[in-house]
Design a protein around this ligand. Structure first.
Ligand SMILES: Cc1cc2nc3c(=O)[nH]c(=O)nc-3n(C[C@H](O)[C@H](O)[C@H](O)COP(=O)(O)OP(=O)(O)OC[C@H]3O[C@@H](n4cnc5c(N)ncnc54)[C@H](O)[C@@H]3O)c2cc1C
Length: 377
């Protein structure tokens, strides 16, 4: 049996499920609790890149991930009239035989991860969370909301940006804070010849674009400055999104006219919460958005959560070192990389809101980060 074998994962999202899969594959005995009772995710798209595909392949999920998404060819940057400024083709050197870039719906990714968890027989209790967590030094005693209790060698908080586990371990950590921007998304049918993620740059700094998600669907998105973090009446959302796409030409100008159903618009204010190192105390560790939730400007949140899981499973199973040493090694592998992604994402948002302060274009930063993230984790 591997050392420090009993592990609890709090949260059955992208980070929690990938951690449960990776740890189970290395021989750990993993329990998962997930607060939501129906375990459904909302129907929007995410864009992911080579390091996401590589991390899922490391969990033996490469075939399923690629089959669930649309392998788009890379990122094209355009001016607001729709003229191309730069092109960043996907680089599959670290993903071959798989493609580098994927568009996915969240439910499709969730199905890939939950399918594997079920196939491996990892126990997941839905509608359950912790009542209390006590780190006793030689183990962590957890009482659950279903009345049960159990002792674990390690507890992993993968409970997202509003992590309750974080509140327990780091009560003085910063809370998620609004960045001043929001993101608007809307799904439409994919034109047959659309194979790239297109990102248009407005002269005022805000961006908008579209990306294929499946053979049949794509999504339109725009990231805009929203002073004061306003609430929009649900019935106004289609009008509000179209307003923010006014002024864009090219295909985007045409696609904007198709945004007509307010209930199909998904609007989210952008919030960030980046923890300093370390993300653990004693036998309780945070991963994914619980430790580093940034903005989606680089399309890297899901990849960072899954990379956390792959690196953690590696470090915990590598040797017989004390748990504290393994967690310290995990931080060495993860902090700088996840922090760089977070800080650059936040900076891109700040530069969009204040273009005069921009030190680099979004295309330049994206090119540098895409190359950097091909480095081994
Ligand atoms: C608007 C927006 C757009 C984004 N677009 C992209 C993109 O294009 N590409 C990309 O890679 N990333 C994107 N991201 C980021 C990505 O969604 C996150 O980084 C990723 O979901 C993090 O996974 P996670 O498992 O850490 O957290 P989550 O996905 O939030 O999962 C947390 C899970 O924990 C559960 N939970 C919460 N509290 C408890 C509790 N107390 N007990 C038990 N369970 C609990 C929740 O129900 C949930 O299932 C985007 C994020 C936002 C907000």
């Amino acid at each position: 049996m591997v050392k420090d074998n009993r592990i609890l994962v709090i949260g059955g999202g992208i980070g929690g499920l990938s951690a449960a899969i990776g740890l189970h594959q290395k021989g750990f005995d993993v329990d998962v609790v997930e607060l939501s009772t129906d375990w459904r995710v909302y129907h929007v798209g995410i864009i992911v890149q080579a390091n996401f595909v590589r991390a899922l392949a490391a969990l033996d999920l490469g075939d399923e991930a690629v089959a669930a998404g649309f392998p788009y060819k890379g990122w094209k940057f355009l001016d607001m009239a729709g003229e191309e400024i730069a092109e960043l083709p996907g680089d599959s050197t670290v993903t071959a035989p798989y493609p580098a870039d994927l568009g996915l719906t969240r439910p499709a990714l969730h199905k890939v991860l939950t399918g594997k968890v079920k196939a491996l027989g990892i126990p997941v209790r839905l509608g359950v969370t912790f009542e209390s967590i006590e780190d006793r030094g030689d183990g962590v005693d957890v009482r659950f909301t279903d009345g049960t209790s159990c002792r674990y060698d390690l507890v992993i908080g993968a409970d997202g940006a509003y992590s309750r586990t974080r509140n327990i371990v780091f009560p003085h950590a910063p809370r998620p804070s609004y960045t001043g921007q929001g993101v608007w998304r809307y799904n439409v049918p994919r034109p047959r010849d659309l194979e790239w993620f297109h990102l248009y740059m407005h002269d005022d700094g805000h961006t908008a674009g579209y990306c294929p998600l499946t053979q049949d669907t794509m999504y339109i998105m725009t990231v805009t400055e929203e002073p004061g973090n306003p609430h929009f009446p649900p019935e106004s959302l289609a009008d509000e999104m179209r307003k923010r796409l006014a002024g864009f030409g090219g295909l985007l100008g045409e696609l904007a006219k198709r945004i007509t159903e307010p209930e199909l618009v998904v609007y989210r204010p952008l919030e960030v919460c980046m923890l300093p190192s370390p993300w653990y105390k004693g036998r309780i560790l945070l991963i994914g958005d619980a430790a580093h939730s940034a903005t989606p400007h680089l399309g890297q949140g899901a990849a960072m959560a899954i990379e956390d899981s792959v690196a953690l499973a590696d470090e915990l199973s590598r040797d017989e070192a004390p748990l504290a040493d393994k967690l310290a090694r995990f931080m060495t592998r993860r902090f700088e990389r996840a922090n760089l992604v977070g800080q650059m994402s936040i900076k891109l948002g700040e530069w969009q809101m204040n273009p005069a302060s921009a030190e680099q274009s979004q295309a330049e930063v994206t090119a540098q980060m895409r190359a950097k993230l091909l480095e081994p984790i």
